[in-house]
Design a protein around this ligand. Structure first.
Ligand SMILES: Nc1nc2c(ncn2[C@@H]2O[C@H](COP(=O)(O)OP(=O)(O)OP(=O)(O)O)[C@@H](O)[C@H]2O)c(=O)[nH]1
Ligand SMILES: [Mg+2]
Length: 305
């Protein structure tokens, strides 16, 4: 059978995580309208079956958007992405049909050429882009000379089959890396932390979303019907703590309720969500603290290294 690793790379906000979830058919990676949402490499597994037997296995690797870093965290995230190219069998390079191709895209294209990775360019968000713009993007991107170009709408699930065919066709012969029923190798605690962070991203403004990191310290079943999830919401400054908690605790309550509902449907049990807001001054810039939060200088991130 054909199998292999497929990093999904591109600028922030182009729709990499939405595409990963659409291909996997399950929400394994969080989404927001803000750039720099994803902060980890998240593996999503797509196993194609034929007559009850695995015919191929794509191990997709959702990655953080490659950007000009302003903090130590940003630098680490970019190198995390470039690190995934070393284990890539094929790369899916996502560009956004609603935005002109810019220097950020060209830089990534250049890095992919240097890495000599077989690359399929994905033009995303075709549901909202004008047809003429999609054609323009395809024509301009074609100058990069990569292996294939596929327009898709991840949100509406359009044209995903041709994309899968292009990726699978370029995989080498290989083993079944994951059980066919597996959709992701992400630990439950990490997924829970991300889902909580997603709810903050929806509600917070300006630079604040970038200042928040969530760590789930414990998830314990109290009985058959209730699990207790204890999470720390870490911010960079005392003033931010106030905003995250909100007037009379309103913000924390709203976000907590939204997160709880999603965790309950994910884990199929009632959840008691215990959120604590903690200040770790300038955590995005402090190497040792980043290590402790699981953003290692290299390798994949885990809240529980
Ligand atoms: N209309 C439309 N919107 C999309 C599509 N794919 C993604 N989006 C939107 O684009 C925004 C960014 O999507 P993400 O999937 O979080 O983008 P990303 O590339 O993973 O972003 P980072 O993790 O920040 O690098 C969200 O508001 C999505 O709803 C699509 O196919 N159509
Ligand atoms: Mg993402």
């Amino acid at each position: 059978m054909r199998s292999g690793f497929v990093p999904i790379v591109g600028r922030p906000n182009v729709g990499k995580s939405t595409l990963t979830n659409a291909l996997v058919g399950s929400k394994i990676s969080i989404i927001s309208k803000r750039p720099q949402t994803t902060r980890n490499t998240i593996r999503g597994v797509v196993t194609g079956m034929e007559e009850g037997v695995p015919a191929y296995q794509l191990v997709l690797v959702d990655t953080p958007g490659i950007h000009k870093p302003r903090t130590e965290l940003g630098t680490r995230l970019n190198s995390l992405v470039y690190g995934t190219l070393a284990e890539a069998d094929v790369v899916a390079f996502v560009i956004d049909a609603t935005q002109p191709i810019g220097p950020g895209d060209r830089l990534i294209a250049e890095r992919l050429r240097q890495a000599k990775a077989e690359t399929v360019v994905v033009v995303s968000k075709t549901d909202v882009a004008k047809k003429a713009n999609v054609v323009e993007q395809l024509t301009e991107a074609a100058e990069w000379g990569f292996e294939a170009y596929v327009p898709v709408s991840a949100l509406q699930g359009q044209n995903l089959e041709p994309l899968v065919a292009e990726l699978v066709g370029r995989l080498p012969e290989g083993p079944l890396y994951f059980d066919p029923d597996t959709v992701s190798d992400q630990p439950d605690l990490d997924l829970a932390a991300e889902l909580i962070r997603e709810k903050f991203l929806d509600r917070l403004r300006d630079e604040l979303p970038h200042s928040v990191v969530v760590v789930v310290d414990d998830m314990a079943e109290r009985d058959d019907e209730l699990a207790v999830v204890a999470a720390r919401v870490i911010v960079e400054r005392h003033s931010q703590r106030g905003i995250v908690i909100g007037k009379g605790g309103e913000m924390l309550k709203t976000v907590g309720t939204e997160a709880r509902h999603e965790l309950e449907s994910l884990f199929g049990t009632r959840i008691h969500l215990d959120l604590r807001v903690v200040v770790e001054p300038d955590w995005q810039r402090r190497p040792q603290l980043l290590d402790r939060l699981g953003f290692g200088a290299s390798g994949s991130r885990s809240n529980h290294p």
